[in-house]
Unconditional design. Structure first.
Length: 55
């Protein structure tokens, strides 16, 4: 798995880039729900308006 600190520092940039490209669906593996992983998943959940589909 990638470094969670790196993911956290780049998440806003990545979300903005995907929005600019009109990307409507993103797939990401769930991250550990402790510490920074939980913060990242929280941000992604908010960005998705809590519309999460587990596949």
């Amino acid at each position: 798995m990638h470094d969670l600190n790196e993911i956290a520092s780049n998440i806003f940039i990545a979300l903005r880039q995907m929005d600019a490209l009109n990307i409507e669906t993103i797939y990401i593996p769930t991250l550990p729900v402790d510490d920074i992983g939980q913060a990242i998943m929280n941000r992604l959940s908010k960005a998705a308006s809590y519309q999460i589909i587990k596949v």
